[in-house]
Design a protein around this ligand. Structure first.
Ligand SMILES: Cc1cc2nc3c(=O)[nH]c(=O)nc-3n(C[C@H](O)[C@H](O)[C@H](O)COP(=O)(O)OP(=O)(O)OC[C@H]3O[C@@H](n4cnc5c(N)ncnc54)[C@H](O)[C@@H]3O)c2cc1C
Length: 504
């Protein structure tokens, strides 16, 4: 399809004005829906949402399959004064890949594996390739992604734009540290190559740059050698968050992955720790089997009977304060009684992508969706700050339904979210009735994080404001980012809702 000559509806400019009004005034979803229903429009007009299902946003969607298509859409948008937002799989919890009233470039059709070296473990891919596609391609040759998020559905372009971290951040750093080189198309029409040696300023700014400096068009990455498709998992429970952190510190040197599942309904944050280590060459007697895609595939049914696609509906009645308190308590005592100090093997996929076990679990939060609040706090301050936040949530009657604790280390990327310390991710149900209270809670938690020297993460955020971002990133970093934005995108073509809210 010729992207440029695709006719837009004659009412194009009227629509544009209308959407600008929507964007600026934040009109309700009902008005947007009525407009879409009653207005004959371009078939590109699409209602999108964030992963958390808490923000709806209409945009003109384009699905390029080659770099030349991206360039064509750039000039079309520039000519018609439209802003372009980039989108991978739309798995960011907040508004990072939404662009109300503008164009969204859905990059999932740029999904070819360009080169693979089974000896070197170096892979070159297009940006729309997913984490799932990559591990399925390389696993049988004995290579795994060095860093993965808690789900396998994001695209590698989206992961790079956020510089994602895994449960091994304290040892492996973010995904950007494993990128050897990338190519990107800038809105100035330049196709540039960046690596830690070449165009280094852009390398460290575009990775983690939230997709507003340019479009990654190819990414070359070093994979991690593995000798088995299984990991050793040690599981044990911890009666408090303090105990969890005390347990993390001495073992992080000999653990490949560490994660704490925190009961946020408990005032001192008890929970369960999972620690995983790769198997050595001689520990797996059937590596051909465990390194096969079939072995790694997650089952379709729960307990062998119930289709997993239905599971979220069964979770729905428990997604309230009482239900989650009961479930969290039951999970804690189950772990204490039956899984305490247990060691077992688990497939890499089952360990890393636990959240993919229940397809569409986010729907169990109901029509208002969910908000995730993840903060990163230096080690010395982390415990007290997190406990203060958990208590504040409980005091306000807004307990977190799921808490996840991870250990991190700092990195050199310009808009980095990492610190030498811990992050706590907290999920909250969003409802018509609690939006204002949730925002107030997030604002108050921001102050706790900032006074503890902490940071935030754009992939998860939907509640920060520009002032908070300036305070944690600092004026100098903001200036450097603005200068790079002016250099790469002088006419300000690339914008998302997150960019307008936090970085413009
Ligand atoms: C269940 C779940 C678990 C998660 N666990 C983790 C975790 O453990 N650790 C973690 O770090 N994150 C985690 N995430 C967040 C997720 O990994 C990131 O939000 C990731 O960026 C999503 O990728 P995506 O392809 O969906 O990108 P989108 O969400 O669609 O976009 C993300 C950003 O990338 C930009 N972008 C997309 N494609 C390109 C491109 N080609 N060039 C330039 N910019 C581009 C977009 O503009 C946007 O700013 C999790 C998300 C979910 C839903």
């Amino acid at each position: 399809m010729d992207y440029v000559s695709h006719p837009l509806h004659p009412l194009f400019y009227f629509q544009k004005t209308f959407y600008l009004v929507i964007r600026e005034r934040n009109c309700s979803l009902i008005i947007v829906s009525l407009f879409i229903v009653f207005m004959p429009t371009s078939d590109r007009l699409t209602l999108l949402q964030n992963f958390g299902r808490s923000i709806k946003s209409a945009a003109y969607i384009y699905r390029p399959s080659h770099t030349e298509h991206v360039a064509e859409i750039f000039s079309l948008a520039a000519e018609r004064e439209f802003k372009i937002g980039l989108r991978g799989s739309g798995r960011s919890y907040g508004d990072a890949s939404l662009n109300a009233g503008g164009i969204i470039l859905d990059l999932r059709r740029m999904n070819r594996i360009i080169e693979w070296g089974p000896e070197s473990g170096v892979i070159k891919v297009e940006p729309g390739v997913t984490i799932q596609q990559i591990w399925q391609y390389t696993l049988e040759d004995g290579w795994w992604l060095p860093v993965v998020p808690g789900t396998m559905f994001p695209t590698i372009g989206g992961c790079l734009a956020m510089n994602i971290h895994g449960k091994n951040n304290y040892v492996a750093g973010p995904i950007g540290e494993h990128v050897l080189e990338f190519e990107a198309l800038l809105p100035t029409d330049e196709l540039i190559t960046c690596s830690p040696q070449r165009n280094a300023d852009l390398f460290y700014a575009m990775i983690g740059g939230a997709g507003v400096l340019g479009v990654f068009t190819s990414i070359t990455m070093q994979m991690k050698k593995i000798y088995s498709g299984n990991v050793w998992v040690d599981a044990w429970s911890a009666p408090t968050l303090r105990a969890m952190m005390d347990d993390f510190e001495p073992i992080k040197g000999e653990s490949d992955y560490l994660v704490g599942w925190v009961d946020g309904t408990h005032s001192r944050g008890r929970g369960q720790i999972h620690r995983a280590t790769y198997l050595h060459g001689d520990e797996d007697h059937e590596p051909t089997q465990t390194l096969s895609v079939e072995f790694q595939t997650l089952p379709d049914t729960f307990l062998g009977v119930m289709p997993k696609s239905l599971l979220w509906r069964f979770m729905r009645p428990f997604m309230n304060d009482l239900g989650t308190t009961l479930v969290n308590t039951a999970k804690y005592y189950h772990a204490r009684l039956f899984e305490h100090r247990k060691r077992y093997v688990q497939s890499l996929v089952a360990f890393n992508f636990l959240l993919d076990y229940v397809p569409n679990w986010e729907k169990s939060y109901g029509s208002g969706g969910l908000i995730q609040y993840q903060s990163f706090i230096p080690r010395e301050q982390a415990h007290d700050a997190f406990v203060e936040m958990l208590r504040l949530c409980q005091k306000r009657g807004l307990p977190t339904y799921l808490g996840v604790l991870k250990r991190h280390r700092p990195d050199q990327f310009l808009l980095t979210h990492a610190v030498d310390g811990y992050s706590l991710a907290m999920d909250f149900p969003a409802k018509q009735g609690n939006r204002i209270d949730l925002q107030k809670l997030a604002d108050d938690m921001n102050e706790i994080v900032l006074s503890a020297g902490g940071r935030f993460y754009f992939a998860k955020d939907s509640t920060l404001n520009a002032n908070v971002v300036k305070r944690y990133l600092g004026e100098d970093t903001m200036d450097r980012f603005r200068k790079l934005k002016a250099r790469c995108d002088p006419d300000g073509l690339l914008e998302t809702e997150l960019y307008r809210r936090l970085l413009s």
